[in-house]
Design a protein around this ligand. Structure first.
Ligand code: TRP
Ligand code: SF4
Length: 327
């Protein structure tokens, strides 16, 4: 079949996925499942590093996430979808890697200090949180992955993984490849209010929004604030609706831009065109989601099959690791 190699990536189960997740990560994964052996993990242990005081939503969020992945087009016939905490071998490898991971490598990880500052309301001065990137290294190394598709913020964690793999191979003999980083091709979208799209601003759009929700969100979008009357010339560069047209309506962008600059289209009509385009591309996701919600056993079945296949490879790797470390 000539696949190009092994890929692993993961997402923390944080609830329904946003359009940003679709355009920033999932669309890339969906392409890769054709060309690589892909492992995609819902990393619930990673969620626990920050949610340990109140883990009540994690289990439900795992299912939501798998439903969103499948709705968007991940195909369990083509890739392996599993829940991290069901493949215990990740924990064993994490423990063994912790023996050789210098504290300073973990302490200097930029995400470590950053997150502690950003999530001030949580006490993240824990052993588990310091080990977050090392657990991620275990996720990757246990499948001897050749590459990891991630966003730019995660690049230091993949770099750390390469260093850990190198150190392991140096100490105990060649077991692990040094995984490459594949940076996600990100199409940036603003939030509906024109600010950065972020759950904490409440300005996001669910990737599996219903046609009704999409219309409502588009209606709320901020346009060029200088434009008062329908035939005022507008400036699409400052308009949120236009930013969305660029992504959801590439063939129409030039025309919209001209009509807007010449004051030949009203914002209401421009929004209507956008909503139609967004509904056309997102409605299949919404419908697939509705279908999947009807059959929760199917999600369990996928996770179960994924666990079995992931475990095969993870066990094989752990055999090599124990051998190399003389356990
Ligand atoms: N830390 C990643 C994030 O926050 C999630 C993650 C955990 C991951 N393990 C991984 C990503 C392994 C890629 C590979 O997004
Ligand atoms: Fe934005 Fe369209 Fe209105 Fe121009 S016409 S300001 S692009 S919504």
């Amino acid at each position: 079949m000539g696949k190009k190699g092994v890929i692993l990536s993961g997402m923390r189960p944080t609830g329904r996925l946003q359009l940003g997740n679709l355009l920033g990560a999932l669309d890339n994964w969906i392409k890769m499942q054709e060309d690589y052996y892909c492992y995609f993990s819902v990393v619930d242990w990673h969620a626990l590093t920050t949610e340990y005081e109140d883990p009540g939503d994690i289990r439900a969020n795992v299912k939501e996430m798998v439903i969103d992945w499948l709705s968007a087009g991940l195909d369990p016939e083509k890739c392996i979808i599993f829940k991290q905490s069901e493949v215990k071998e990740h924990a064993e490898l994490h423990l063994l890697l912790s023996m050789i991971a210098p504290l300073s490598w973990l302490e200097r990880c930029p995400t470590y200090k950053d997150q502690i500052l950003q999530l001030k309301e949580k006490d993240l001065a824990t052993y588990g949180f310091l080990g977050y990137p090392l657990l991620q290294s275990a996720d990757i190394m246990i499948y001897r992955a050749d590459a990891v598709p991630v966003g730019e913020d995660q690049a230091p964690h993949i770099e750390l993984t390469r260093e850990i793999a190198r150190r392991f191979n140096h100490l105990y003999g060649e077991v692990f490849p040094e995984p490459q980083t594949i940076l996600n091709i990100v199409k940036l979208l603003p939030g509906v209010d024109g600010r950065k799209m972020s759950k904490s601003y409440g300005n996001t759009i669910n990737m599996s929004a219903s046609p009704q929700e999409i219309k409502e969100k588009v209606r709320l979008m901020i346009t060029d604030p200088q434009r008062i009357r329908k035939n005022d010339p507008g400036n699409p560069e400052v308009c949120t609706v236009f930013a969305f047209h660029k992504i959801f309506n590439p063939p129409g962008v030039k025309e919209i831009e001209e009509l807007c600059r010449n004051g030949e289209i009203g914002c209401v009509q421009c929004k209507k065109l956008l909503a139609d385009q967004m509904i056309e591309s997102l409605e299949p996701i919404y419908e697939k989601r509705q279908e999947l919600l009807e059959k929760p056993e199917y999600i369990d079945e996928i996770l179960n099959n994924g666990r079995v296949t992931a475990q095969e490879k993870a066990r094989e790797t752990m055999g090599k690791v124990r051998e190399a470390m003389k356990l």
